[in-house]
Ligand binder design. Structure first.
Ligand SMILES: [Zn+2]
Length: 191
């Protein structure tokens, strides 16, 4: 029987979608890229298809992921960016040799090198993180309001008041919890 792996939670923003491959960091953490081929799968659905990934490359990808998470968390809290995280992000960005190419239909695609595809893909993710952390893009870094999650996400809502990393999971769970609490309360007053 093939092993089952947790689904991906894909966002619209590459860098925070990547940090979301480890979720519930303050609860029962869920590693969504537990093996190299799941990182290959995630990259494919994120527009960065690569042929292969080694265990060492997965380790490097996770190192980048945690650096982005640390930097994004600091930025969301208004703290100074951790120097070690900045170094890791810059290192990955500098190693990447991906080329942005324009399709005849007017879409941007990433062209990765044949021998360095994984590194190039990580370089694209690192550069995406840099553009968010540098405040170049329209939006605000924030942390999920769920106490067991606290994922960093990029809020592009008009009012900048988004509370959850993901409405279908964290947002929904919170709504249900509030509903049950209200029910308990009204049951209590009826007695
Ligand atoms: Zn969340």
């Amino acid at each position: 029987m093939p092993a089952e792996f947790p689904d991906f939670r894909l966002g619209n923003v590459l860098a925070t979608s990547f940090t979301g491959t480890l979720s519930e960091r303050h609860g029962d953490a869920v590693e969504r890229v537990p093996v190299p081929h799941r990182l290959v799968d995630w990259l494919a659905v994120s527009g960065l298809a690569v042929d292969s990934c080694t265990v060492a490359q997965l380790d490097r990808a996770r190192e980048l992921r945690e650096a982005i998470h640390a930097a994004a968390t600091a930025a969301a809290l208004g703290d100074a960016l951790p120097a070690s995280a900045v170094d890791v992000i810059n290192d990955h960005s500098a190693r990447g040799r991906a080329a942005a190419v324009l399709t005849p239909g007017g879409e941007r695609r990433w062209r990765l090198g044949p021998d360095s595809a994984l590194e190039d893909a990580l370089g694209v993710i690192a550069a995406d993180a840099i553009s968010i952390l540098a405040g170049e893009r329209d939006g605000r870094l924030a942390l999920c309001a769920s106490p067991t999650c606290r994922a960093a996400f990029f809020d592009t809502s008009q009012s900048r008041t988004r509370k959850w990393c993901d409405m279908n999971t964290c947002g929904n769970r919170q709504k249900k919890a509030r509903f049950h609490a209200n029910q308990r309360r009204s049951a209590g007053t009826a007695e």
